[in-house]
Ligand binder design. Structure first.
Ligand code: AMP
Ligand code: ZN
Ligand code: FE
Ligand code: FE
Length: 289
């Protein structure tokens, strides 16, 4: 998959254990030979073992997960990397997040029906390939797929823009924890907490440094600078900011398969290349955490 000759990293990938379309083991195989790749599904580690078993990487991957945190302005997603997250105290919090997600999804269905969008639980579960709302991490992209299938939206992105994005009629939050709780927990457990796609916080770039400095005091260890959805200038500015604050620089595509059309693992929209050094630095940090 990689256009580059030296193996790359991808530290932000979704499988169909959450709202990606590809099986974890298949996703690992599709990557080919990489320096390091980590599966970071939303609120679940269910795909972790199959992904790691199927991966051909130069470094042994840690577990990973992407958590949605309390944040009033925009969106705060935290990527957590660690060597035994699924058996740690953090797993208890992740289970609580999964329950909140189930309740949020049921509310979303109610709201859709009140708006006259006649989508059903069965259809959403089918889109997720899940027998029920707790078996997998069902999310808004699955609702988006069903809205498109009904003709209520033209594409997954259109379904978000019309209905599912923050501030739109079907949006309902599902967060339980803030960085002030999860950050110190990660420090204590030896995990590395990285802010995902930091521009989605909705903080102007001029005050992003001050915010990240506060988060660092609460345990934030790194910043996702090489993000699939960002342009080279944004990536460069984030790298400078992270280095200024002595935070780890990480990167990944945020691959979701058919739920994010056009976005490839490793290469993003064609211009992403997360260097091997980024993986080395993450592993070095984990080894001394
Ligand atoms: P959920 O975990 O159910 O809240 O859904 C989160 C997923 O929805 C993430 O994978 C995002 O990529 C996707 N998403 C969130 N906001 C948007 C948006 N405005 N446009 C497209 N996708 C979005
Ligand atoms: Zn997602
Ligand atoms: Fe995210
Ligand atoms: Fe993601």
């Amino acid at each position: 998959m990689s256009a580059s000759s030296s193996p790359l990293c991808d530290l932000h990938l979704h499988s169909n254990a959450s709202d990606g379309s590809v099986e974890p083991g298949q996703l690992a195989q599709d990557l080919g030979h990489v320096h390091l790749a980590v599966l970071t599904d939303h609120d679940t580690l269910a795909g972790s073992a199959a992904f790691r078993d199927g991966l051909d990487s130069e470094l042994t991957p840690p577990e990973g997960v992407e958590l949605s945190l309390n944040w009033s302005g925009g969106t705060f997603h935290l990527l957590v990397y660690g060597n035994s997250i699924s058996t740690s105290d953090l797993a208890t919090n992740i289970e609580r997040l999964a329950l909140a997600r189930r309740d949020r999804n049921l509310e979303l269905l109610d709201r859709a029906n009140q708006l006259g969008l006649s989508i059903t639980e069965t259809e959403v579960l089918a889109a997720a390939g899940a027998p029920d709302f707790l078996a997998k991490s069902v999310g808004r992209p699955h609702f988006a797929r069903v809205l498109v299938d009904h003709g209520y939206a033209e594409s997954i992105q259109d379904a978000f823009d019309r209905y599912l994005a923050k501030g739109r009629p079907l949006y309902s939050p599902k967060t339980l924890f803030g960085i002030e709780e999860i950050g110190p927990m990660c420090v204590e457990l030896g995990f590395v907490a990285v802010i995902a796609h930091p521009l989605s916080l909705g903080v102007p770039f001029s005050s992003l440094g001050a915010r990240l400095r506060e988060f660092k005091q609460m345990g934030l260890a790194g910043v996702e600078c090489f993000y699939g959805g960002y342009d080279p200038k944004q990536r460069g500015e984030l790298v400078d900011l992270a280095r200024d604050l002595d935070l780890l620089v990480t990167g990944g595509s945020d691959f979701h398969g058919t739920f994010k059309p056009g976005l490839a693992a490793l290469t993003g929209y064609g211009d992403l290349a997360v260097p091997a050094e980024v993986g080395d630095n993450l592993m070095e940090r984990l080894s001394r955490a």
